[in-house]
Design a protein around this ligand. Structure first.
Ligand code: GLY
Length: 314
């Protein structure tokens, strides 16, 4: 019997209710989950599936990843992404990369074409060149510059009250603007994989790298447990090694994917308070789970269990 196969994608955890862009968000999730599912249906592996799903969301411009990435304090776009194969724990990631159309595809090159796990900044660009990935120059849109101006004013007020070199006081300003994208999938051979991509946090300092580039934090995948993908405040997710924690909980079917995601997010809430993040999970049997401590985390799922019927939740 072919095991249950399928994919779940998310468009990031945020504190504001999704009122605007509902149609675009829904369409972008549908396109993404369908791209990933069609690959699984054709018998290809879960790594292809999550890469394709995340690349689709990077290209949509709707989320804080790829085309939609937020701006740093210096109005630059610096993106993080990673991918992991549950068969053999192979993983690849890129941090603070600029001028790359699909950071998740570059992360996959790191995984498959090098014996390293993480590349950052200029070194990642050099690798892209070696792998024939052409540079792609993305100008900040008018809409992004407006958000930048609003947030920057608030940040300056926060700084004048509590001066810090870092932009971490901008955290509360960021809560409405999460939007990292990610996917977990299981293929017909019961192999799991995870991928994630983000523009990071609004007004982050130049060179800041978040959880999406850190294996074990932003994603984890291991056939012996399952796969997990986190979204939210990267600093908190890194400190808790959140995705690895969720996968460990799923080991030996100790906890279901829903329970593992809930326990992981409960840990975030307990240590750092509410409105910080969310997680999607899948175990080696093809059962999916999700949890968040924010008001919203748009997700879509398509699996053989539901005969390929798509389910979107905004
Ligand atoms: N979770 C995305 C980030 O903090 O960079």
């Amino acid at each position: 019997m072919t095991p249950n196969f399928g994919i779940m994608v998310h468009g990031g955890a945020g504190t504001s209710k999704i009122r605007t862009k509902r149609t675009q968000i829904s369409k972008a999730l549908e396109d993404s989950v369908s791209a990933g599912y069609d690959i699984l249906l054709a018998g290809r592996d879960s790594v292809d599936s999550v890469e394709s799903a995340v690349a689709s969301m990077e290209g949509s411009g709707v989320f804080n990843a790829g085309f939609g990435s937020c701006l740093t304090l210096e109005k630059r776009i610096e993106m993080d992404a990673s991918i992991m194969d549950g068969r053999d724990l192979r993983a690849g990631s890129v941090g603070a990369v600029e001028h790359i159309q699909n950071p998740v595809k570059l992360a996959r090159k790191v995984m498959e074409r090098t014996d390293h796990v993480m590349f950052v900044s200029g070194g990642a660009l050099k690798l892209a060149e070696l792998c024939d990935i052409a540079p792609f120059f993305l100008e900040p849109t008018k809409e992004k510059l407006e958000v930048y101006t609003t947030l920057h004013k608030k940040l300056k007020t926060a700084w004048s009250r509590n001066y810090r070199l870092s932009s971490s006081s901008s955290f509360t300003l960021n809560q409405r603007h999460f939007g990292t994208v990610g996917a977990v999938a299981i293929d017909k051979h019961a192999n799991v994989a995870a991928a994630v991509s983000t523009g990071g946090r609004w007004l982050k300092m130049h060179g800041r790298v978040g959880d999406s580039a850190v294996i074990g934090a932003g994603i984890y995948a291991d056939n012996s447990s399952g796969a997990a993908c986190a979204t939210g405040n990267g600093e908190f997710i890194m400190k808790l090694c959140l995705s690895k924690y969720a996968c460990d909980l799923m080991k030996q079917q100790q906890y279901s994917p829903s329970q593992a995601a809930r326990k992981a997010i409960f840990l975030v809430t307990r240590r750092f308070g509410p409105n910080n993040g969310g997680m999607i999970t899948v175990n080696a049997k093809g059962t999916f789970g999700l949890s968040m401590n924010t008001r919203s985390m748009p997700v879509a799922i398509k699996s053989s269990k539901s005969h390929g019927k798509m389910h979107v939740r905004l």
